[in-house]
Design a binder for this molecule. Sequence first.
Ligand code: ADP
Length: 346
Amino acid sequence: MKSGSPKILLIVLAILFAGVVSAFLLVYMQFSDIPINGNWIAAGFVISLATSLWILILTQLFVLSKISKLHKDVKTFRKKGGQQQIKIEYSSNEIDNLNLEILAWADDRKNEIERLKKLEIYRKEFLGNVSHELKTPVFNIQGYVLTLLDGGLEDPSINKKYLERAEKSIDRIISTIGDLEAISQLETGELKLEIERFDIVALTKDVIDAQELNSTAMGIMITIPKDVVPIFVMGDAFRIRQVLVNLIVNSIKYGKEYGETQISFYERGGLVSVEVADNGIGIPAEHLPRLFERFYRVDKSRSREQGGTGLGLSIVKHIIEAHEQTLNVTSTEKEGTIFSFTLKKG
Ligand code: ADP
């Protein structure tokens, strides 16, 4: 029996009560005509001890039955909240169990509140970023349109130029909305992957061809090994195309003029690893941990100037994670960057 346990407390209380009754009897005998009788005092002690013990035990049983119900209610409540159960030793007393359960429950609530606070901060940041991303091109369009309305339309030196600039801003809004849609579908799990067997080499060649205009404009050569044979993988070809487009477009946007982007394929175990390596501006090491966050840009002005939304890598990460595969980046400033991801062999 632990000291301070309800049983000890009960016995101590009963002895105290019996002691008080015996002392009262003694004092009463002393101040009255009744001679002091040890047997009477002992009998008084025993009777009051037994009575108080009996009353206290009944009270304790009653209280424990209430606490036990409370304990069960707290446990059921936690279970319904989907929280993990803690193991309770039923040989120990109910008050300890209840205490443990309440502490664990409070801990769950605390973690939940912290998670919700983080989500709230993230939500505010995200909304701020979205409105900032959209505000800039909208204000630009407003500026061009107002100038054109104020007489610019008749001025051949600016009318076409301003309309083209307004169109560029509209393109930026469309890209941002498209990327935001893709992110929200990937995050809410609305988007179901359509896994199929396809040739990743053929898909890569297709993406390279589609980007030829962009790459030649920068004088960048995109290469894949000459002797490469078809490699079949399992994945959602449409989404993997999106991954390849984002990585290859980035290698052009952040590449150096007349640079090179090399794409390689490695087969290891049951996996195929696809590597996109450029010899461009590179990424300083301190930026790498946050690179895949939404709207995170290293070279902000270059990204915006090239029509970047800051969402491309975040989409890449979501797609690869949805395939339960890995995505890696290594980079050296002014030397280049290598992105690689894996896919299951088909
Ligand atoms: P963005 O639309 O700005 O290109 P991304 O999410 O695709 O957005 O990339 C995030 C940031 O990572 C870019 O703004 C750029 O600074 C950096 N980055 C991405 N790819 C490369 C690369 N191949 N070389 C250097 N920097 C890169």
